[in-house]
Write a protein that binds this ligand. Structure first.
Ligand code: SF4
Ligand code: SF4
Length: 306
C-alpha cells in the first residue's frame, strides 16, 4: 500500500468510519446494465431509473478524478430507545444527516482531511453500493443491500472522488449469501423484491410509505402492515444480520424524541409536534403532510390491535 493510501485509511478510521477501500473510476458497467434490465422489465418506471444512470460514469462527469475512496459508516452500534415504533426503518432513525446525530459531520470531516492531504475531493457522484463492492469493503446480498462480515447491512456507504492516482483494492464481487437462502425474497411483504437482486421500487414499502402518490393501491396498502416509515423486513429476516445490531452506544438525540415516536403517538400526533419534533428529523414526508404519518401509523396500530 502506498503512503498516501495508508494515510487515507488511517484518516477514515480516525474520523469514525469502520472501513475504507479504494476503487477505480472506470465506468460502472454492471450498474448501467442493471438499470437497462429494470427498464426492460418495468418500462413505466424508465424515467426514474434513467435519473440514476449518470452515476455510472464518474470519469465522464469528473475528468479530474482518478480514484474513489469508499468509506463505511455503521449505525448498528446504537441502542434503539424503548417504545419507538418498530415500523420506522432503522436507517431513518439513525440517519447521520440528522444534525443531532453525533455522526452527523463524518463526511465533512473526511472531506476536509482528504483536502489537508493535498487532494481534490468531491463527495458522492457514484453508485454507492457498487463502489463499495469494487473497493472490496462490502458484498452484495440478494436483497440488494451490501454487507460486511462484521456489521451486516446496517451501513451507509460514503464515497469520495479524489484526484490522486491510487492503486485500487481487490474487489469483492462474490455475493455475501449462503447458496440456498432466499428469505428476503420470500418475506418481502409486497413482493417488491420479485427475485434475487430484482426489486420493483414502486412496490417497495419505503417508497409507498413516504414518496408514492396517494392513495396507495388498497392491496399494497394492506400488505404494508406494521410499517410506518420505510421498511426493514428484507434486512431483519436476513441471517447475515444475526447479532449484527450491537446496541453499544446511547442514541441520546433519539431518546428525547422517543415519546413522540411510538405507533400510538404517531397515529394521533398533533400538527405542532409534527412540525417541531418529527418532521425536522424525518423529512421524507413533507411539512404539510402530517396526515400521511397519521394514516401510516393508524394502519400499523389497527393491524396490531386487530
Ligand atoms: S424494504 Fe420491505 S418492501 Fe422493500 S424490498 Fe425490502 S422487504 Fe420488500
Ligand atoms: S436473506 Fe438470505 S438471500 Fe437474502 S440477503 Fe440475506 S442471506 Fe442473502
Amino acid at each position: 500500500m502506498t503512503l498516501i493510501a495508508k494515510k487515507i485509511k488511517e484518516l477514515a478510521k480516525d474520523v469514525g468510519y469502520v472501513d475504507c477501500g479504494i476503487a477505480s473510476t472506470e465506468l460502472f458497467s454492471e450498474f448501467s446494465a442493471a438499470i437497462d434490465q429494470r427498464i426492460r422489465e418495468f418500462p413505466a418506471l424508465a424515467c426514474e431509473y434513467e435519473k440514476m444512470r449518470k452515476r455510472a460514469f464518474p470519469r465522464q462527469n469528473n475528468p479530474w478524478a482518478n480514484a474513489i475512496v469508499v468509506c463505511v459508516h455503521w449505525y448498528g452500534k446504537y441502542r434503539i430507545p424503548e417504545n419507538i415504533s418498530n415500523g420506522i426503518g432503522r436507517s431513518y432513525l439513525f440517519d447521520r444527516r440528522n444534525s443531532d446525530c453525533p455522526d452527523h459531520d463524518l463526511p465533512e470531516r473526511m472531506k476536509k482531511g482528504l483536502e489537508q492531504l493535498g487532494l481534490r475531493v468531491r463527495r458522492g457522484g457514484v453508485p454507492d453500493r457498487w463502489a463499495a463492492v469494487r473497493a472490496g469493503v462490502a458484498r452484495f446480498g440478494r436483497n440488494n443491500f451490501v454487507y460486511t462480515e462484521k456489521h451486516g447491512s446496517w451501513l451507509n456507504i460514503e464515497p469520495f472522488l479524489v484526484d490522486a492516482e491510487l492503486t485500487p483494492d481487490e474487489p469483492s464481487y462474490e455475493i455475501a449469501c449462503p447458496d440456498s437462502c432466499r428469505l428476503c425474497v420470500e418475506e418481502c411483504p409486497t413482493k417488491a423484491l420479485q427475485r434475487p437482486f430484482c426489486m420493483r421500487f414502486d412496490h417497495c414499502i419505503a417508497y409507498l410509505s413516504y414518496n408514492a402518490p396517494e392513495p396507495i393501491e388498497p392491496e399494497l396498502w394492506r400488505l404494508m402492515g406494521p410499517w410506518v416509515y420505510g421498511c426493514d423486513q428484507c434486512q431483519l429476516v436476513c441471517p447475515l444480520n444475526a447479532d449484527k445490531w450491537r446496541e453499544r452506544e446511547a442514541a441520546e438525540w433519539l431518546e428525547k424524541m422517543a415519546p413522540y415516536l411510538s405507533t400510538d403517538a404517531l397515529a394521533e400526533m398533533d400538527d405542532a409536534t409534527y412540525r417541531e419534533v418529527v418532521q425536522p428529523a424525518f423529512w421524507y414526508i413533507a411539512a404539510d403532510e402530517v396526515e400521511r404519518w397519521r394514516r401510516n401509523a393508524r394502519r400499523a396500530r389497527d393491524r396490531v390491535l386487530g
